[in-house]
Design a protein around this ligand. Sequence first.
Ligand SMILES: *Cc1c(COP(=O)(O)O)cnc(C)c1O
Length: 421
Amino acid sequence: MDHFLYKNGALHAEDVAISEIAASVGTPFYVYSTATFQRHFKVFEEALAGMDHLICYAMKANSNMAVLKTLAAMGAGMDVVSMGEYLRAKAAGVSGDKIVFSGVGKTREEMRVALTGGIRQFNVESEPEMRLLNEVALDLGVVAPITVRVNPDVDAKTHAKIATGKSENKFGIPIAKARAVYAEAAAMEGIEVVGIDVHIGSQLTDLEPYRLAYQKVAELTAELRADGHNIRRLDLGGGLGIPYARSNEAPPLPMDYGQVIRETLGDLECEIEIEPGRLIAGNSGILVTSVIYNKEGEGRDFLIVDAAMNDLIRPAMYEAHHDIIPVIEPALGVEPAPVDIVGPVCESGDTFAKQRDMPAVQDGEMIAFRSAGAYGAVMASEYNSRPLIPEVMVKDDQFAVIRARPTIDEMINRDTLPEWL
Ligand SMILES: *Cc1c(COP(=O)(O)O)cnc(C)c1O
């Protein structure tokens, strides 16, 4: 459920008309709903109720400061994958002991910054990373808390570009090697083992891969404890999918996901961490764009809109589906007709939807891409010298720009010329 609904025939974000925001900031733009972010966070809190837990929002899904502050105010921790994200989390007021550091390529500088500023744990993904972390920690005279991210060789049954838990993926340490790696960790003075980490992929629409992976984590917990390691924390990753096509998708509910955690890991007396990104942010945002032209092609009609693949890359990159709706509610009985919805960028990949049934939308009218709150604005670029589009946050009947559109002059002036020009 989200808070983007028609009221009196016009699409609203909570109590604000989309047309009012458009009149203020111009299209295209992203708009987020505070209440939806809060609701999704609460749903996870309820799913894990009764278990010692921390929800670390995977901020790569949407790292706008207003989003981070909204979630931090509810007690969220953060899952970060870069120094930039770490410093953003800190700037949003999240304390280091609620930040976990993930990622396959952490650098010396990133380790130093996080160890100095405070960190809950590093989720270590390789032996060389662990050795470097040990060295950096010893240099600073501190001890780095770690989990080792294990790769359970489980098929997450999701898009190949976002599956991370098979042995051919670059992520984590093969679970069969885990005991040897933990033994090496235990011998390092700058490293303290606190638990185990696993993350098998994104946009999972089935709980079985989770169950298989978490059963393997339970077995490993027993083995590592028998080896003398103090395993007290289990980081279970993120990845729970959302319904991008509302008419025919019903991914598992967080409550049922919580039940899988309870059943597989509930009696191990470990603190549970989860790292949801998409489920918290995805349906909390939409992208609003104007139709520039209705173009009639040979046997195919096009809606050319003012948003493009540089603003929302998911359709081009993951063949992703986004539900697309007109901002003015279509009258009852209007027959939809198939159109291709495309952006202005000079690439055939700049196609948001092919042969999508849409009610007629006139030039100058607006449409909205649903489920655009995660992996939307954060993946945008300025390709074709198109400015990053603004982000707007709504709360009840108020809205605020939370990242402004840069002017073209600002973009041009970011480049610097060499002396010889
Ligand atoms: C991307 C990622 C997540 C979040 O995945 P979602 O599908 O957005 O929930 C969590 N943990 C790690 C390590 C990730 O790389």
